[in-house]
Design a protein around this ligand. Structure first.
Ligand SMILES: [Zn+2]
Length: 199
């Protein structure tokens, strides 16, 4: 079916503006997100220079004993080191914290006007340093946690994006459909980073 030009033009304009219109699927990338990481205090410079570490959304991950399946990477890994500061990408409310990987890697979940953002792997209780916790309302750019360490020793921001209402990460098993509440965060991160910072 042909789409009348005026309607198409409006649709494209809405897409380009990112003007807060929510699609029926709830997966719109709206708002004006800021980059989720700030370097640690000793460097104290914003870090708008994201890197993938070779692992983007949908990459293969090893077998999980806990979940009894080969997994699919449900997030994007961003270059970071232990102690780096995570900030709220948009105004929102902290809706959950959860275990992530080992004793030094937890996750914190922030619900914004349109989505839920999961920050892993952050240091346990690092949010307390910034006086935030479950139920805290936070502003765009506000500090919410510090990067921790995976049980294997690696450090990064593993970032996931979900539909509103999510309180816990979903696991995506290879060969299964993507969990219905999980959203590819690549476009959202690109929007935060600027037009060409991710490639
Ligand atoms: Zn990851």
């Amino acid at each position: 079916m042909a789409i009348p030009a005026p309607i198409l033009a409006i649709a494209v304009a809405a897409l380009l503006s990112g003007g807060g219109k929510k699609s029926s699927s709830g997966t719109s990338i709206s708002g004006s997100p800021t980059w989720p990481l700030r370097n640690n205090a000793s460097r104290n410079i914003p870090s708008p220079s994201p890197q993938y570490l070779g692992r983007g959304f949908g990459a293969g991950r090893p077998y999980s004993n806990m979940h009894q399946c080969d997994r699919v990477h449900g997030g994007v890994d961003l270059s970071a080191v232990k102690g780096d500061i995570c900030v709220a990408m948009e105004d929102g409310i902290i809706v959950a914290t959860q275990g992530w990987d080992g004793d030094n890697a937890k996750a914190i979940l922030l619900e914004t006007a349109n989505n839920v953002l999961l920050y892993g792997a952050v240091a346990p209780n690092s949010w307390k340093e910034f006086n935030v916790g479950i139920g805290s309302k936070v502003k765009r750019g506000q500090r919410i946690a510090r990067i921790g360490t995976y049980s294997g020793g690696s450090q990064m921001l593993h970032f996931e994006l979900y539909k509103k209402g999510t309180k816990k990460n979903a696991v995506w098993c290879k060969g299964k459909p993507k969990p219905s509440n999980m959203i590819d965060p690549t476009s959202y991160l690109k929007k935060a980073a600027g037009s060409d910072a991710l490639s």
